[in-house]
Design a protein around this ligand. Structure first.
Ligand SMILES: Nc1ncnc2c1ncn2[C@@H]1O[C@H](COP(=O)(O)OP(=O)(O)OP(=O)(O)O)[C@@H](O)[C@H]1O
Length: 261
């Protein structure tokens, strides 16, 4: 009996028959409530990994197991957020946050009867990320950082056990990005869900993750799984400490080697 929440066993991925592998034998074991980050050169298969774990793509070989079940189709226990917040422009912030509940099955039938309860939950989440008072604004009335906060709330409204983030802060300026690191860390400390974060930002990986996975060039493989035991909660001061800068340098040296390979 395995204690992992997400497990990839000898997984490979080829997008089409005759194509080169996008992912080569990949093994991962992620604990329940663990926050992991995946870094690696462009095109190494980071987003492909998310597609496999969320059940959007089946592996060509090997197995993907989430919550003790082999993944055989899109999972309902997943929340996702991407670099582009993709809020629907005709819906208010609150209605954008409520959107997954209208789509994800177990909630779809409940939301009609218990709408007020869900609205309260959405408002509470929005307040946690500093968006109280913006519930009735439209996306075009929000800054990029505010839109990304709303998209985090949308990813978490159905209380998913697994959160997948594909470069969620990549398009934001450095200050806003670091503010969002704290917001995400606080949400996770409050209700620990399992997180898979894909990022190009090594400081972001070092700030947020319990384990940082470094991938090779295509075909992607996990080369290093670096545990990060920096104490939590981490804050801006953490980023000036020697252990933090050492970790970032170490990650940078892995990436340098991968790129040179
Ligand atoms: N739908 C697809 N069909 C065919 N090939 C694909 C498809 N999606 C991705 N690929 C290829 O698979 C490889 C891995 O792509 P993926 O998007 O997972 O990489 P990535 O590490 O997330 O890249 P980036 O950091 O640039 O976002 C790339 O070479 C890409 O061209």
């Amino acid at each position: 009996m395995s204690s992992s929440f997400v497990e990839l066993n000898n997984v490979t991925l080829r997008y089409s028959e005759g194509d080169d592998l996008a992912l080569d034998t990949t093994d991962m074991k992620i604990r329940k409530g663990e926050f992991i980050a995946v870094v690696g050169p462009s095109g190494c298969g980071k987003s492909s990994l998310l597609k496999l774990v969320s059940g959007l793509m089946p592996p060509s070989e090997g197995t993907v197991i989430v919550d003790a079940h082999e993944v055989a189709g899109p999972l309902k226990i997943v929340g996702m957020a991407f670099q582009n917040p993709t809020l629907l422009p005709w819906r208010t912030t609150l209605d954008n946050v409520l959107l997954p509940l209208e789509i994800v099955k177990p909630h779809r039938s409940r939301i009609r009867k218990h709408k007020q309860e869900y609205i309260e939950r959405a408002k509470e989440l929005l307040a946690t990320v500093g968006l109280a008072g913006y519930e009735n604004k439209y996306p075009w009335e929000l800054s990029g950082g505010m839109q990304q906060r709303a998209s985090l709330c949308r990813a978490l409204i159905h209380e998913p056990d697994l959160l997948m983030l594909d470069e969620p802060f990549g398009a934001l300026d450095a200050f806003t990005r670091e503010e969002l690191w704290d917001i995400l860390q606080n949400l996770w400390i409050k209700r620990p869900f399992t997180v898979i974060l894909v990022t190009h930002d090594l400081r972001e990986a070092a700030y947020l993750a319990d384990t940082v996975y470094v991938m090779s060039k295509r075909p992607g493989k996990i080369l290093v799984a670096r545990e990060n035991t920096l104490p939590r909660p981490r804050d801006q001061e953490t980023t000036f400490t020697q252990p933090f800068t050492d970790l970032v340098h170490e990650l940078r040296s892995y990436i340098r080697d991968v790129r040179a390979a």
